[in-house]
Write a protein that binds this ligand. Sequence first.
Ligand SMILES: *[C@@H]1O[C@H](CO)[C@@H](O)[C@H](O)[C@H]1NC(C)=O
Ligand SMILES: *[C@@H]1O[C@H](CO)[C@@H](O)[C@H](O)[C@H]1NC(C)=O
Ligand SMILES: *[C@@H]1O[C@H](CO)[C@@H](O)[C@H](O)[C@H]1NC(C)=O
Ligand SMILES: *[C@@H]1O[C@H](CO)[C@@H](O)[C@H](O)[C@H]1NC(C)=O
Ligand SMILES: *[C@@H]1O[C@H](CO)[C@@H](O)[C@H](O)[C@H]1NC(C)=O
Ligand SMILES: *[C@@H]1O[C@H](CO)[C@@H](O)[C@H](O)[C@H]1NC(C)=O
Ligand SMILES: *[C@@H]1O[C@H](CO)[C@@H](O)[C@H](O)[C@H]1NC(C)=O
Ligand SMILES: *[C@@H]1O[C@H](CO)[C@@H](O)[C@H](O)[C@H]1NC(C)=O
Ligand SMILES: *[C@@H]1O[C@H](CO)[C@@H](O)[C@H](O)[C@H]1NC(C)=O
Ligand SMILES: *[C@@H]1O[C@H](CO)[C@@H](O)[C@H](O)[C@H]1NC(C)=O
Length: 779
Amino acid sequence: MGTRSRNARAFLSFPLLLYLLTIPSECATDTLIQSQPISVGQTLISAGKVFELGFFSPGNSGKRYIGLWYKNITVRKIVWVANRENPLPATDSASSLVIGSDGNLRLLDGMRNTFWSTNVSLPSNNTVAVLLDKGDFVLKDNVSGFIAWESFNYPCDTFLAGMMIGLNTKTGEKHFLSSWETDNDPSPGTFVLGLTPETPPQLFLWNSSKPYWRGGPWDGWTFIGIPNIGQGYVNGLILISDNQQGTAYLTFTTYNISYVIMNVLAPTGTLKTMNWDEEKNDWFVSWMAVVNPCDIYGVCGPFGVCSNKNGSPICECLKGFVQKSTEDWSKGNWTGGCVRRTELLCQKKISSLANETAQNDGFWKLSGLKLPDHFEYLFNKDYSGCQQWCVSNCSCVAYAYVTGIACMVWAGDLVDVQQFSIGGKDLFLRLANSEMGRDHKRRETNTIIFTTISGVILVGAFMFGLHRWRAKRVKREKRMKHYDVADRKDTLQDHVIHGEPSELPMIDFDKITVATDNFSQTNKLGEGGFGPVYKGKLEDGQEVAVKRLSRHSGQGTEEFKNEILLISKLQHRNLVRLLGCCIEGEEKLLVYEYMTNKSLDMFLFGWFYLGLFSLHVMFMCRLTIPFGIFGYMSPEYAMGGLFSEKSDVFSFGVLLLEIVSGMRNTSFHYYEKYVNLLGYAWQLCNENRASDIMDKVMADSCSESEVMRCICIGLLCVQDHVADRPTMSAVVLMLSSEIDLPHPKQPTFTVQSLSDADLRSQRSKCSLNGVSISVIEGR
Ligand SMILES: *[C@@H]1O[C@H](CO)[C@@H](O)[C@H](O)[C@H]1NC(C)=O
Ligand SMILES: *[C@@H]1O[C@H](CO)[C@@H](O)[C@H](O)[C@H]1NC(C)=O
Ligand SMILES: *[C@@H]1O[C@H](CO)[C@@H](O)[C@H](O)[C@H]1NC(C)=O
Ligand SMILES: *[C@@H]1O[C@H](CO)[C@@H](O)[C@H](O)[C@H]1NC(C)=O
Ligand SMILES: *[C@@H]1O[C@H](CO)[C@@H](O)[C@H](O)[C@H]1NC(C)=O
Ligand SMILES: *[C@@H]1O[C@H](CO)[C@@H](O)[C@H](O)[C@H]1NC(C)=O
Ligand SMILES: *[C@@H]1O[C@H](CO)[C@@H](O)[C@H](O)[C@H]1NC(C)=O
Ligand SMILES: *[C@@H]1O[C@H](CO)[C@@H](O)[C@H](O)[C@H]1NC(C)=O
Ligand SMILES: *[C@@H]1O[C@H](CO)[C@@H](O)[C@H](O)[C@H]1NC(C)=O
Ligand SMILES: *[C@@H]1O[C@H](CO)[C@@H](O)[C@H](O)[C@H]1NC(C)=O
């Protein structure tokens, strides 16, 4: 589904392209009117000459359809068909598409029988049908312009940019993709792609209404069950949902309308992102799903996990589970799945609970997974709330806390679990204590005490823990007051390490050596201040960029670890993704997602952003510049460590304002400047006067209105309330298009214009947390 080009050039054959198209005589109009029907051989052409609509007959099917295709693309792909369920005989050359007397579109054969009709109620019969450059065919009232019907609401097998795939749970209206029956038969096939009505929605593919493939739930940036689709604005996906209206629609943007990108659901059930390569004059597939056996929904049965290793079998049981039927499994029939080896203590009868030697159940952490289907979503639980909920409810089999989604819990069978070699999420699986003990390799497991018998101990421990935690916090706060930079680093580390579990995998040095062909010169992409960057290909075929930090960078291993933890925590959503890292002896490597030329701009931007952040992190850790990173930190993170992707948006907003204003170097104390810059930008955006803030260097190359727009977008990003900030995809949309901007609210920091003296006195009072204290005082 992504627009990201991964250079996976695949040979595509379209038997359907060998259409016996009568060479159309162009009427060179984009509008169908009542008095001028389209007959066989005639076409409509959109105003920008992008799309064409007319009659076609696939292969030697002997059938005729009304369809829509890219006008100039020689390897033709039909993107929409009107009468897919009711074809005309190809022999009937007197067929026509007309606007009927009631104003509806009608497809008629030579005998004036209706083969297809838009069949909507219209305010008047004065309608016209227009073919738009985005590939949408609309029927509208010629007077009011009201759009009564559009082809985008009736998708076939092709998902074009701007189309909305999804559903309205209140009305039951669905806009789903459905495959063709065969390459030569556009009638609806067995495969359907759409969204599920749950929250958050999952991308789902059905084969005759049976689950066939699952993209997983939407986390605000991507579907988490698709590890290779690219993050955030790299994949171009946007999910628009409205809980009140009960709607959820998925759309995507290509960033540049001249890119020809579409997602196609093939008759075989594969889903692919197809890009038109102008130079090669051919399509290439940049992303494809349902290509390996593990992609098939629930292939390993309940509590089974599918991993894509070279060796077979591909199915295994989750830890603590055993094959339900070894006989079936030995025959390669995994559908029966696995069963729990040791009964959970919480499931046992009360009598056996009274056995004092009984050990409590625990939760085992599994990493890098496609999380199972049938989750329940607890949107109002934080990480520990999520854990607590699951611990205290025996029906809870597993839980996960996913950034961008929050708390997910599972009660029944765990189905459709996949082990990813890269990416994936953590799942905490409830196991009997004896199962936990079977493998001492992993230390991150947290055994949690929760029987009624040990209730007293639990409460005691809790009180003790609370007390210690409070004491620690007080101590830390006290220490903070002394501006001790070392302590501040510890706190940050605390945040990072004791916050949610890290999602960043370690990758073997040997694997990286193989992937980059022993860091060969031919694989070298370039060299930055930190060291050279190599292109590589991991075992599973994923292309990566490997940053090999210079041995002379002087960065210690601990500092490196802190940096990557921080980057992966702060940044992994909005950037070229950091896939993993490697520390071996002197070697320190970072492994990123690799992207090819088409997304190079995004790529470079990501690197720039990352580089800037890394620099700040390093300043924090080593150069002890007070408040260094806080200039970019959102208030909620600086205050309480609350972090969401919207905090990234905040950082981006500050960065954007800084870039536009060129004010970065005017002040060393971020806090001071922070007050000034945001307040100043607010004034300018309000008074619609950009020239004042504009960097002199930029004045020559940018228009004032563009700069104005950037400032206002920057301000939207730094809104105090998380809900007022746009998502990163919305920001990209705003930056790359002319859509109307919402009006920013006044940032808190500008209400009072603090004098320098005020600032100084406040700064002398404040500690690390003082940043937030001052912010509150500023209100
Ligand atoms: C398609 O080709 C025609 C004629 O060759 C040209 O005028 C038109 O601009 C082209 N359309 C696009 C979208 O490139
Ligand atoms: C449109 O509707 C009016 C009456 O509602 C009718 O008189 C007229 O003939 C219709 N126009 C066409 C082209 O059918
Ligand atoms: C048009 O819609 C009506 C009801 O909405 C339905 O009864 C009729 O069969 C439809 N006609 C066609 C040609 O689809
Ligand atoms: C539609 O409206 C435009 C102007 O509003 C007019 O020129 C045109 O003739 C109308 N077309 C039809 C089919 O009524
Ligand atoms: C889709 O379902 C049909 C019937 O349920 C089955 O025959 C076919 O093999 C399935 N296709 C795939 C690719 O699994
Ligand atoms: C879009 O892409 C075309 C062709 O690659 C390029 O010429 C054009 O400048 C791009 N437009 C924008 C707004 O980036
Ligand atoms: C696979 O096993 C299940 C039960 O575990 C059984 O119902 C099914 O028929 C088996 N399928 C095949 C192809 O043997
Ligand atoms: C108590 O647990 C021990 C060891 O797990 C077991 O041998 C014993 O049978 C249990 N007693 C009862 C009453 O369940
Ligand atoms: C425990 O979890 C199950 C399944 O999620 C749920 O139906 C039930 O209400 C929960 N019980 C309590 C007490 O929360
Ligand atoms: C900002 O830095 C640039 C380049 O280092 C310098 O030319 C410029 O004078 C500086 N601006 C201010 C206000 O110090």
